[in-house]
Write a protein that binds this ligand. Structure first.
Ligand SMILES: *[C@@H]1O[C@H](CO)[C@@H](O)[C@H](O)[C@H]1NC(C)=O
Ligand SMILES: *[C@@H]1O[C@H](CO)[C@@H](O)[C@H](O)[C@H]1NC(C)=O
Ligand SMILES: *[C@@H]1O[C@H](CO)[C@@H](O)[C@H](O)[C@H]1NC(C)=O
Ligand SMILES: *[C@@H]1O[C@H](CO)[C@@H](O)[C@H](O)[C@H]1NC(C)=O
Ligand SMILES: *[C@@H]1O[C@H](CO)[C@@H](O)[C@H](O)[C@H]1NC(C)=O
Length: 271
């Protein structure tokens, strides 16, 4: 079942933190979106239960491993109390920006705000986590997904169709690059001449997905763009296995190997 929650994003995301502001410090980050399964059939664990101990043990390992490689997933403990979990750092947040201490504190925050739920997904700007008592790692399911968009639109209504087409072309090109990249992450930019604008985009999958699985996952969320983002100068859809985001301002650390769709606007005409 597809669960899509709509949020209103801040007009422009805050830029990546400067190198060095990570360290051992533990700034409390606000999640973009949290899913704590609270259906009538909500699965919960008890304080001090074996499941809780397994979950804590799992995230101690995952936080360490994901801080080293940007991604970790696995299971901890014997049935019926096995905990399954996944941690993914955004592709441009490496090193101290995705430190084990930050990841561990975000897990603690998620666990305490999702009181004893066994079925949790939390999306932050810089990383995301999911855990469950069920083996969601066996497949490549992307749910729960969440969408958010920039409140601003292209300024001229006559530009909407061309703008939407350019954004779709850019996001697809970045998705192509990401699905073939070892880390399953790529970034790109494209010029939109009618409004002298440059659009920036990233796409990412968990690196355990094969290139076709990754591209298929991204296609599934890219297909939803017209529903949420027409005319919007920024938007993102986040899921457990893949995500993309675009904005009219740079919001990620600019890599050397960007996808660049021409023509970019004249730099002197940009604010
Ligand atoms: C919540 O848990 C129930 C029972 O396990 C499950 O059927 C349902 O799909 C879950 N809801 C979401 C939003 O994941
Ligand atoms: C859980 O264990 C801690 C530490 O042993 C104890 O202080 C706390 O009262 C226990 N909580 C419950 C609900 O049993
Ligand atoms: C964590 O990393 C260690 C060392 O690389 C590895 O042996 C282990 O399988 C990893 N576990 C998980 C759950 O990622
Ligand atoms: C953008 O367009 C939407 C849909 O037409 C509209 O509801 C919204 O108010 C617009 N945003 C701004 C900042 O004008
Ligand atoms: C991925 O790389 C292979 C081999 O270089 C190429 O044939 C394929 O078209 C690429 N796929 C995408 C989606 O770019």
């Amino acid at each position: 079942m597809l669960v899509l929650l709509l949020l209103l994003a801040a007009a422009v995301s805050s830029p990546a933190p400067a190198a060095g502001d990570g360290g051992g410090a533990l700034p409390v980050l606000n999640p973009i979106s949290s899913f704590c399964n609270t259906t009538a059939a909500r699965r919960t664990y008890l304080p001090n239960s074996t499941f809780e101990a397994n979950l804590n043990g799992l995230f101690a390992v995952l936080s360490r491993n994901a801080s080293a490689s940007g991604y970790a997933a696995g299971a901890f403990g014997a049935a019926p109390d096995t905990a399954y979990g996944l941690l993914l750092c955004r592709g441009d947040f490496t090193g101290n920006d995705c430190s084990a201490a930050r990841l561990a504190s975000s897990f603690q925050q998620a666990a305490s705000s999702c009181l004893y739920s066994k079925d949790v997904a939390v999306y932050y700007d810089q990383y995301q986590l999911r855990y469950s008592d069920q083996d969601f790692l066996a497949g490549a399911a992307n749910e729960p997904e969440t969408a958010a968009f920039n409140m601003n639109n292209v300024s001229d209504a006559g530009d909407v169709a061309a703008f939407d087409a350019l954004v779709a072309e850019l996001v697809n090109a970045v998705a192509d690059r990401a699905s073939n990249a070892t880390r399953r992450y790529a970034a790109g930019k494209a010029g939109f001449a009618p409004e002298a604008m440059t659009v920036y985009a990233i796409a990412q999958c968990t690196p355990d997905l094969s290139p076709p699985q990754c591209r298929g996952c991204l296609a599934g969320i890219i297909d939803q763009m017209p529903k949420w983002f027409s005319a919007r100068v920024g938007g993102r859809i986040l899921g457990v296995r893949c995500d993309f985001r675009y904005e009219k301002d740079p919001f990620f650390k600019i890599p050397n190997d960007m996808v660049v769709l021409s023509p970019l606007p004249d730099p002197s005409s940009q604010g």
